[in-house]
Design a protein around this ligand. Structure first.
Ligand code: PMP
Length: 320
């Protein structure tokens, strides 16, 4: 049986004991940063694979720097703590890991400096965040993406997610599955929690890292897969809003969203309204890679239980 545990104030504790005081600075002002990490259960191999663990903690280090925060451990130590937490939880299903670095002092006053940082991590079971089979209907948001001189989108800052939440709720209430943000220049930017790709005339195109996007880890994996598996070099350039309507394929990607194709943008079908060949191939390869079924991408993954753990659990299972 899996246990719900958290890493909190330097200890592994039951999730229900990992609670913060309402005076906590981060709770009042959104002053903290976080990550979202997935681990995939491979039933055949009886193994849980954590995806891009180190890359996520490296990004957290960069977010922390922007917030005048300091992680209490090196990236290597953080990876070890996360792996230990997951192992102790004992899940045998897909999970999601949420490390948060937050300004923990119980004090009033809007600022970033002279505040203590605390790290917490929790683990929850997680299936699909958005539909990856049936096509997403997206709408351009009336909310603009925050720009780098307001709240830097390249940092995964807690407070910045109000921008995403405004767009997502507007989209959902208007009957769309997901929002597409434009940035201050009016260029296509990203979804509320996903990076954006489109196919146009045989080219795979994505907005650049200077367009107020989160520098997505899945985005980097898609660029790698497109190049290695499909021989497609990604073109990184600004994308106009009207290009959404004439694209041959669009898909959104992220740790949560995985690779989710878009069927409609602002009520216009994308391509022929069916899942396109590039989206299909990339999604299928991505799912194999993250489940540990493509050894050539094993460097993306860290096995939680290891060969002994797997054989032990099957032995235990056969005894019970
Ligand atoms: N953009 C935003 C705003 C996000 O919240 C996310 C999810 N972390 C992404 C893009 C995708 O990033 P990643 O692939 O690193 O999860």
């Amino acid at each position: 049986m899996a246990q719900q545990l958290a890493y909190f104030q330097g200890d592994f504790v039951p999730l229900e004991e990992a609670n913060i005081n309402i005076l906590t600075h981060s709770f009042n002002y959104g002053t903290g940063c976080f990550e979202g990490i997935r681990a995939y259960w491979n039933a055949e191999q009886e193994e849980l694979f954590v995806l891009h663990l180190e890359a996520h903690f490296r990004r957290m280090e960069r977010s922390a720097k922007i917030l005048h925060s300091t992680l209490p451990h090196s990236v290597e130590e953080l990876c070890a703590i996360a792996m230990e937490l997951i192992r102790r939880c004992g899940y045998r299903q897909d999970i999601y890991l949420r490390p948060t670095l937050y300004k923990a002092d119980p004090v009033m006053g809007v600022r970033l400096h002279n505040l203590k940082d605390e790290l917490c991590i929790y683990v929850i079971p997680m299936g699909n965040y958005v539909d990856v089979d049936n096509g997403l209907k997206v709408g351009v948001s009336s909310w603009r993406r925050i720009n780098d001189n307001q709240i830097p989108a390249r940092a995964k800052i807690i407070g910045a997610y109000v921008n995403s939440a405004l767009a997502k709720t507007e989209a959902n209430l208007n009957g769309f599955d997901e929002a597409i943000f434009l940035n201050d220049q009016g260029h296509v930017c990203e979804g509320s929690a996903e990076n954006f790709f489109m196919m146009r005339d045989g080219l795979l195109i994505t907005p650049g890292e200077h367009e107020d996007i989160l520098e997505g880890i899945t985005r980097a994996s898609v660029i790698e897969l497109a190049q290695k598996e499909l021989g497609l070099e990604t073109v990184v350039r600004a994308i106009d809003r009207s290009e959404l309507y004439v694209a041959d394929e669009i898909f959104l990607c992220g740790t949560g969203a995985q690779i989710a194709w878009v069927s409609e943008a602002d009520h216009r079908p994308i391509g022929n309204g069916k899942m396109g060949p590039v989206s299909t191939q990339l999604r299928d390869i991505y799912f194999k890679a993250v489940h540990g079924d493509l050894p050539r991408y094993s460097q993306w993954l860290q096995a939680v239980y290891g060969p002994n753990g797997a054989s032990m659990s099957s032995r235990e299972a056969s005894l019970t």
